[in-house]
Design a protein around this ligand. Structure first.
Ligand SMILES: Cc1cc2nc3c(=O)[nH]c(=O)nc-3n(C[C@H](O)[C@H](O)[C@H](O)COP(=O)(O)OP(=O)(O)OC[C@H]3O[C@@H](n4cnc5c(N)ncnc54)[C@H](O)[C@@H]3O)c2cc1C
Length: 404
């Protein structure tokens, strides 16, 4: 039993680690529980196979958490342009310069984000971290929620935050159901070297089986997220390297010249998933524990970080009003603020995925017209890109640009 903790955060991935840093920075006493400690050895030879396209709003969060500098010191790649196209069809181009912005976003390896946040957690005296834990039961109420670890130890706090990912144990122990479906698609991820260099541009080609994204890394490398049928993904992952190089170069229509695989290939089955509730008395779900979306617009962790930032605002307000942090009334504010936005983004990604997997001629014509029109009408284009940058609408405090 621990009475010295205000908030227990379960899961030290990108979202949970950011939550622990932010809550500690706001003066809450935090205990972060993580199953396995991340490998943060640095420098590294190759690139992490998992990367994220980080929006402006997420970068603001990292700046507020004083983790951005550590990320930059490792590796972050800004991209200034984005090209989205369909073979034999329309194309839309976004350019930061047209918006008067230095870049559209950054591509960052997941391990760089996570390890920089872990470094910050270690500097925050109010944040304690325990790794190698297994949670076996959960007790929820508004005043003293708690959980029991394997071995029988009980931990209590005012609030438990579940940031334990798509297969959240806490969500299951709390009996919160999820809705969703498998996409019958898998994402093949890997790193490639491109003959024509990275050109500070992110590329996405829509194909009938799913989108192929080429996300620029430093120098001439790209991180590949190739969504396709599970059968095709297994076939591609098993191809000899030279044959794979040909397949990926062909799929990218050689826009970046010859592509050459570097390192391993890995497959992630894709699904849409949404928790029916984000909260219960004494419990809040954030990040993938609450929602999983198609990676085609690279928004998953960006949404999770916004959940975290919104929850921090709500908890600071509750403390100022001397309300218990785990009160359902308090937590409902968080759920109201985030659920609609996450569902809207999830729905939009689902619609785009379906629209582009459809080869019925009128649908193909409509989407080509749509892309062409969007490319020509500057306000529509700007709106699309501002949305992707996460600078549209009302943002929680941590996602707003830092002043001074
Ligand atoms: C192929 C692919 C590409 C993607 N690209 C992008 C992108 O470009 N941009 C973007 O924004 N998003 C992207 N995403 C989505 C993004 O990766 C996820 O949204 C993000 O990783 C979720 O972070 P999280 O911290 O919520 O969960 P996770 O990353 O799953 O972290 C959960 C953490 O909890 C720990 N944990 C789990 N269970 C327990 C337990 N019982 N006790 C203690 N600890 C536990 C785990 O060890 C882990 O550290 C992509 C996803 C995929 C599949």
């Amino acid at each position: 039993m621990s009475s010295s903790t205000d908030i227990i955060v379960v899961g030290g991935g990108m979202v949970g680690a950011a939550a622990a840093c932010a809550l500690g920075q706001q003066g809450f006493r935090v205990l972060l529980l993580e199953q396995k400690e991340p490998d943060c050895s640095w420098p590294r030879e190759g690139y992490d196979i998992r990367v994220s396209a980080i929006s402006r709003a997420s970068r603001n969060i990292f700046l507020h958490l004083r983790a951005w500098e550590a990320m930059q010191a490792r590796r972050v790649t800004p991209y200034e342009r984005m090209v989205v196209w369909e073979s034999g069809g329309a194309e839309i181009r976004f350019d930061a310069a047209e918006l008067g912005e230095p870049e559209l976003g950054h591509i960052i390896e997941n391990s760089v984000i996570q390890c920089s946040l872990w470094e910050r957690m270690a500097q925050e005296s109010r944040v304690k971290v325990r790794t190698g834990v297994t949670i076996i039961s959960l007790h929820l109420d508004e005043e003293n929620p708690g959980l029991t670890l394997e071995g029988g130890e009980t931990l209590e706090a005012e609030l438990i935050v579940a940031a334990d990912g798509a297969r959240s144990t806490l969500r299951e122990l709390a009996g919160i159901p999820v809705s969703g479906w498998g996409y019958d698609q898998s994402a093949l991820v890997c790193t490639v070297k491109a003959e024509k260099g990275n050109q500070a541009t992110a590329w996405q080609r829509f194909m009938p089986d799913g989108p192929l994204a080429l996300l620029p890394l430093k120098t001439e490398r790209f991180s590949i997220v190739w969504s396709t049928s599970p059968q095709e993904a297994s076939h591609l992952v098993g191809l000899p390297e030279e044959a794979f190089d040909e397949a990926i170069t062909r799929a990218s229509e050689a826009r970046l010249g010859q592509l050459t695989l570097e390192g391993e290939r890995s497959i992630y089955p894709l699904r849409l998933q949404h928790a029916n509730r984000y909260i219960k008395p004494g419990l809040a779900l954030i990040g993938d524990a609450a929602h999983v979306i198609h990676p085609l617009a690279g928004q998953g962790v960006n949404l999770g970080l916004l959940d975290m930032a919104e929850l921090v605002d709500v908890l600071v307000q509750a403390r100022n009003r001397q309300r218990p942090l785990g009160m359902e009334l308090t937590l409902r504010k968080y759920e109201r603020a985030r659920k609609g936005e996450n569902l809207a983004m999830q729905g939009a990604m689902d619609l785009i995925k379906r629209l582009f997997s459809n080869d019925i001629p009128p649908v193909k014509l409509a989407r080509n017209l749509g892309l062409e029109l969007a490319d020509r009408i500057t306000p529509v284009k700007n709106l699309l890109v501002r949305n992707a940058m996460g600078t549209q609408g009302t943002l929680p405090s941590l996602a707003q640009p830092p002043t001074g």
